[in-house]
Ligand binder design. Structure first.
Ligand SMILES: [Cu+2]
Length: 287
């Protein structure tokens, strides 16, 4: 009797093992634990040289203008294994008719709780209509040995203005990008924004300790606002700006903004009023 009970208890474990094994066999990778580290992510592109393949992933499987959270892993082509001790950095470059420039980007760090996944973000402030213009260089170091790969990438134009590049009254060029809400709801949403200044064509450091005043409006509905919004303030932990965004209904919202420096001087943007429908500094959101 006891042994039969034992077998019954074992059945779900046996089924689970068979299921998990058959699942991983369907996958191109032999090791099921490595495969699971990219669950929920879609491949954007592979960068390949004789030694390694760098695999780039995000949620949508493509680069778009605005904020891109990106996951990477590095495969040793000879052993077909993913490497756990790589230091990586990257440099996106857009080739324009008369010059080239980069864009805001983070460092690349090991993803929390993962063995083979590295992550960071890139904020593409523009692209060509056909997605062309950008290349990405990834420099990486394995056991003291330096490598580099450069590939052409495709950056598609996102449908709404989720990033904006503008000149402040202080003669500094800034880039402002919407990061959250990713999935807006009828509620008070956490709004998260990245603010960078264009120090030169290739360098875009984080701007600290400014304030971003927020006035969301629905232009299609008498330009009404919403209650309980808060201005965005700087968070020194992650270098991004946070505030409350109140969305009272679905549809198209214009997030009117004003950028104020640490001395509370307005660098860009205007108040919305009866006479002035919108700010010259804004982001868009539709849900
Ligand atoms: Cu450009």
């Amino acid at each position: 009797m006891k042994s039969i009970q034992f077998i019954y208890k074992l059945i779900p474990i046996i089924l689970l093992t068979v299921f998990a094994t058959s699942c991983s066999n369907d996958n191109e990778d032999d090791n099921p634990t490595l495969t699971s580290e990219v669950d929920g992510l879609s491949k954007i592109q592979d960068f390949t040289n004789a030694n390694h393949t760098i695999e780039l992933f995000n949620k949508n499987g493509m680069f778009e203008t605005g904020y891109n959270a990106i996951s990477l892993r590095v495969k040793d082509n000879a052993t077909n294994t993913y490497l756990e001790n790589v230091s990586l950095s990257w440099m996106p470059v857009m080739q324009m008719p008369t010059m080239q420039h980069s864009c805001p980007k983070s460092n690349i760090t090991k993803a929390l709780g993962k063995n083979t996944i590295y992550e960071g973000f890139i904020i593409y402030q523009m692209t060509n209509a056909d997605g062309s213009g950008w290349s990405l260089t990834v420099d990486y170091n394995i056991n003291g040995e330096a490598y580099s790969m450069t590939e052409t990438i495709e950056v598609m134009q996102y449908e709404n203005q989720n990033v904006t590049s503008f000149m402040g009254s202080d003669n500094t060029r800034y880039i402002l990008a919407l990061i959250e809400p990713k999935n807006p709801r009828i509620a008070i949403n956490q709004m998260k924004v990245g603010l960078f200044k264009m120090e030169n064509m290739m360098t875009f450091p984080v701007v600290e300790s400014y304030t971003i005043a927020l006035d969301p409006r629905m232009p299609g509905m008498g330009n009404h606002s919403s209650p309980n919004n808060t201005d965005l303030s700087f968070n020194s932990t992650d270098g991004l700006y946070y505030g409350d965004l109140s969305l009272t209904m679905t549809g198209y919202w214009m997030l009117n903004l004003k950028l104020l420096n640490a001395e509370d001087e307005v660098l860009k943007g205007e108040d919305v009023s009866e006479q002035n429908e919108s700010s010259s500094l804004y982001l868009e959101l539709e849900f």
